[in-house]
Design a protein around this ligand. Structure first.
Ligand code: NAG
Ligand code: NAG
Ligand code: NAG
Ligand code: NAG
Length: 798
């Protein structure tokens, strides 16, 4: 493994410890306790499948699976009253709103909602008909089955280059000399069943066949039913040549359905078109017509139309203000395309750490959250194909600009996951597909831990857009309705933070849940809940701590709540408390008193801290085992309460939230820190931590390389850029300087992301601060896609 591959396993977004099939099999095969068995397990190992046939040159096998699922048990069967932590928020669900029913719901029924596989299709329903593609790839002279997105497959590139989040997408995958394209299209005609029909086109093109390459590509298309509905095979499947009925079945949601195949050769590219038509029980005569229109040249024509609609929409929404080369525009489309194409639908139950031991439970016991569905974008299809609360706010900054309905639907799903205390589990591992990517020890969510409430970034944009009449009357009305229904939940969310994460001093906050017990093995105890994992904080966690980033997130939340209350008919009164809290948190003098270091000219956390710590190898006895050599932290100086002198992203939070008056000298100091190559500035974007920090690029434990201790992250660069843009328009002595820095930083970020894409075929999780090369998970079209907004110079609407 290279250094880059040896990434952390304990972190905010937890990555599987290995990515090979062995590991996944282990996860599936691991012994399940009786309790775990009650989860919605898809027993992939039990399935029946039939190989159906093949066609010349490219072999196509069609497999049919019947997934049998095990039913949920109610509760956990030991007689306790349902604990608070797994009791849903007491109020009407957002997803029950009229605006999310009817045509809206139907239009989003089918989709590529299985982001973890190279190509997968399902409906937004717990027990769906699912379809997917597998193929046999060749690497190092050996066959490997491709199905689930994984690094080990070593594809040169893959991702949805275009995808509108609704009814069209086009993906290119390059697998060692073989280029596959997957395109899909949905169509709703009078006769179709619920959700309409869909068509899928697979294109295969081989470069020069090498000696090691087989003569033909082996492709497998499968259909499976998570419900227990029967699937039947078409009569002619053993001779798939021209056009044929592959399979048919019946479901309560879509009525009778049929799957047809029509294949096609031209000189270079081989197609197969697969058409899925629903409601076939209603009018038999029209089925053939519909299949014709969803295959062959008719399909080609519709793809062209959809493609140019996508291009026009991109141009209209993300039209760059300056002229970017056409290559950058294509990368921008691939970024938003794969973000939209990566949207998934999940159904299942989170595992929650049981808060207090009781007579039935011991410490560390977990309990299941209620069965819930989540429709959400994901950070990375191979590594993080599930919902992450802190990432989602950044994803929605892009998605609301593209499609407000999709965005509200996603935000609504997230807020509906709130429990009665106003808490939302930060990582959503729902259902067997999501679970298969997460090592067992990271599955359990802690109800005492938060995560940055980034959804307020989007809500703030929406409320400001309304206030400034940027939306149509219908849109504003829908957003209002959404706010009305979600207000109670947002209040509860705010209150959860305002009470459980508050600090000792008035108007101070800190991320609770830093592990003190672990301190001796960590150079600096991590703060996973902040989203910034190993970003250095006070060396000794205490209740005296004040975290600057959380304080600023609270300002955003309070300010946003106040703005929303102003837009609603009868919430103005309740909005006053938020206005006061926002005022308090935006108080410049108070902020400076609590967090500003005059000597350094920077903002810092406050806590029980010493700089004099190091890791030394020592013999330690763990859990009664033989003593072994471990890295142990040595503290060479007594910690004391003080500002924690690490310059980095956290230091810039007051700047990001525009608390600093544009005429203040402190603004000048912030610009100094940003533009200084000895601190944060690089030619590729801003470092997460200053080169001058004692923790710069330091490992936290033997197995924990630096993560937010140097590398460049797009989400924070976007927020900083947004603020530079703001100050470059404000009257004051630093205006010109802000503008110059803004332009240079923007140019650096765009150029580096583009160069990496050109060289590697991917967008990356983070970028190296020395060389600019992409690092970590890839493709990572979560917040790294914010480069699209950076190109478009599209920032906060407020
Ligand atoms: C579909 O239904 C509508 C309303 O019932 C009708 O006006 C239209 O002609 C139909 N279209 C087709 C193609 O049958
Ligand atoms: C947040 O908590 C503080 C301290 O308890 C309180 O004074 C303030 O009113 C709270 N804010 C809101 C909006 O409830
Ligand atoms: C700071 O940490 C040290 C070492 O754990 C402890 O002895 C001291 O009491 C702490 N100080 C405060 C103010 O909590
Ligand atoms: C840049 O930062 C370094 C380290 O803090 C400092 O020594 C130097 O004076 C700064 N340079 C400028 C031009 O501010």
């Amino acid at each position: 493994m290279t250094g880059d591959d040896r990434r952390k396993t304990t972190r905010n977004r937890i990555k599987p410890s290995t990515t090979n099939e062995d590991h996944n099999n282990k996860l599936r095969n691991r012994k399940l306790s009786q309790k775990e068995r009650s989860k919605d397990q898809i027993r992939i190992l039990d399935v029946n499948f039939v190989t159906l046939g093949f066609i010349i040159m490219t072999s196509l096998f069609v497999l049919f699976f019947v997934f049998r699922s095990v039913k949920f048990l109610d509760g956990d069967g030991n007689g306790d009253v349902l604990p608070r932590v797994v009791t849903p928020f007491n109020g009407p669900k957002i997803m029950d709103l009229e605006m999310f029913q009817g045509e809206h719901k139907e239009s989003l029924y089918w989709g590529t909602y299985r982001p973890n596989v190279y190509f997968g299709f399902r409906a937004r329903t717990p027990k769906s008909l699912v379809a997917g593609l597998m193929w046999l790839g060749v690497k190092d002279g050996q066959y490997h089955m491709r199905h689930v997105c994984q690094d080990a497959d070593d594809l040169q590139t893959y991702g949805w280059n275009k995808h509108n989040g609704r009814d069209y997408g086009h993906q290119v995958l390059i697998d060692h000399g073989m280029t596959l394209t997957t395109s899909f299209l949905k169509s709703k005609v009078n006769d179709s069943g619920y959700g309409g029909d869909w068509a899928f086109r697979l294109g295969v093109q081989s470069e020069k066949l090498s000696e090691n390459m087989p003569e033909a590509a082996q492709l497998f298309f499968y259909v499976a039913d998570e419900g227990e509905n029967a699937l039947s095979l078409g009569r002619s499947v053993t001779e798939i040549y021209e056009k044929s009925l592959l399979a048919f079945g019946s479901r309560h949601d879509v009525g009778d359905w049929e799957l047809h195949l029509k294949s096609n050769d031209d000189f270079e590219v081989h197609h197969i078109d697969i058409a899925f038509v629903t409601g076939t029980d209603i009018d038999d005569a029209r089925v053939e017509e519909r299949v014709d229109s969803l295959t062959g040249t008719s399909l080609t024509g519709q793809f062209h139309k959809k493609e140019s609609e996508f291009d026009d929409k991109y141009e209209k929404i993300f039209n760059p203000s300056d002229k970017l080369d056409s290559e950058s525009v294509e990368v921008g489309k691939a970024a938003i395309g794969n973000l939209l194409g990566g949207i998934g639908y999940f159904y299942g139950q989170s595992k929650i750490l049981f808060p207090q031991p009781s007579k039935h439970r011991s410490d560390g016991d977990s309990i299941l959250y209620w069965p819930a569905e989540l429709y959400t974008a994901v950070p990375s299809r191979p590594f993080f194909p599930r919902g992450f609360l802190w990432d989602e706010g950044f994803h929605q900054l892009l998605i609301w600009r593209w499609d407000k309905h999709i965005s509200l639907d996603i935000i609504g799903h997230w807020l509906d996951l709130m429990n009665i205390d106003g808490w939302i589990p930060r990582e959503q591992i729902l259902g067997a597909e999501a679970l298969s990517k997460v090592p067992e020890e990271f599955v359990v969510q802690r109800p005492s831990n938060g995560n940055p409430p980034t959804l307020f970034l989007v809500l703030q944009d929406l409320v400001c857009g309304m206030m400034r009449n940027r939306f149509s009357a219908t849109e504003s009305k829908e957003i209002s309705t959404f706010f009305e229904r979600s207000y109670g939940r947002l209040e509860a969310w705010f209150q959860w933070f305002n009470t459980t994460q508050s600090g000792k001093d008035k108007s101070s906050y800190y991320w609770h849940g830093r592990k003190e017990s672990q301190t001796i093995f960590e150079l600096n105890p991590k703060t996973l809940s902040s989203g910034l994992d190993d970003y250095p904080r006070a060396s000794h966690p205490t209740e005296e701590e004040r975290h600057l980033d959380l304080r600023c997130w609270m300002l955003l939340a309070a300010d946003c709540m106040h703005s929303i209350s102003e837009q609603l008919v009868n919430k103005k009164e309740s909005g006053k408390a938020y206005e006061e809290t926002a005022k308090l948190l935006a108080d410049f003098d108070l902020l400076n008193k609590m967090h500003y270091d005059k000597d350094y000219g920077a903002y810092f956390d406050y806590g029980n801290h010493t700089e004099k710590v190091r890791l030394r190898r020592q013999l330690v006895e763990k859990n009664g085992n033989q003593p072994s050599l471990e890295l142990v932290r040595e503290v060479l100086e007594k910690p004391e309460l003080r500002l924690v002198p690490h310059v980095g992203y956290v230091s810039l939070f007051p700047f990001i939230w525009k608390i600093i008056p544009s005429k203040s000298q402190i603004l000048g100091k912030q610009l100094d820190i940003i533009a200084n190559t000895s601190t944060l500035w690089t030619n590729f974007g801003l470092r997460s931590l200053s080169k001058t920090s004692s923790m710069y690029m330091r490992r936290n434990t033997e197995h924990d390389p630096p993560y937010w201790r140097g590398p460049i992250w797009m989400n924070m660069n976007y927020l900083i850029l947004s603020s530079l843009h703001h100050y470059s328009k404000e009257e004051g002595p630093y205006r010109e300087r802000a503008k110059t820095i803004y332009n240079e930083l923007r140019g650096n970020l765009i150029r580096n992301v583009m160069e990496n894409y050109k060289r590697t075929g991917y967008l990356w999780e983070q970028y190296d601060q020395k060389k600019g090369n992409g690092k970590g998970a890839h493709p990572f079209t979560g917040w790294t896609s914010l480069v699209v907004l950076i190109m478009a110079e599209s920032y906060s609407e407020c």
